[in-house]
Write a protein that binds this ligand. Sequence first.
Ligand SMILES: [Zn+2]
Length: 247
Amino acid sequence: MILEVSAGMMPLVVRARMAAGVAHGVPWGISLDGILASELRENAKAVARAAGTDYTPYSLDTVPEDLDLPLARCTGDGAGGWHWAATFAYPENEVPGPHVQYWSARPDQHALDQMAADLPALVSERQGRYRSRVMPLPLTVCRHLVWRAVGDPGAVAELLAPIVSIGKKRGAGHGHVLSWTVDEQSDGDRWEFAHLHPDGSLGRTAPPACLHDLDHVRTGGEGQMGLRPPYMHPAVRTHVLLPASSR
Ligand SMILES: [Zn+2]
């Protein structure tokens, strides 16, 4: 694999100072390239809205286009299995967990009454489609989240600056970011900054070709997942090495 680095790109440490921590649905952290890609999508949506033009919404049926992120690319297996040179989040000063919060939801009987012409006398809260639910929400409680990357420090900082929250359940106050910093690490090893957490374990999804001859790198095993955002889209799922997890 080769790292394709454009002019002005260098190894970076991105750090988010968190109000309390972050909520997520998977055992590893939030990807930096995913955060940057969704910010670019939001910006493109805002431009389309202002210009009154159409915007192609996210859909499971269409293959998502790759956005042009200010990050270097690792060619991976050299056959389409490339990825951005950036890790998933790594917690600093973590309060040891597990921390799990539960949220519940139940249908609004009054709203159902207004929407349906023919509502049964009782919509059961215990069974069926409209039952009430209690869902677990795993939390990482920490002071900072850290990502390593190879990219353009100015462009990365500019995209991150307006982002005030990350992860799941942001509307309920989770994942509140107090501030972002982007530090240049010009003497850092580019391959390491594209793949590994600060502790030397695998910090992102990667094709097995990336870790060829590197048996000592701790990973989270192998599985089916995306190599680039949107990571959970079925069209981008492939056989990958998974990031190491502390949980
Ligand atoms: Zn790679």
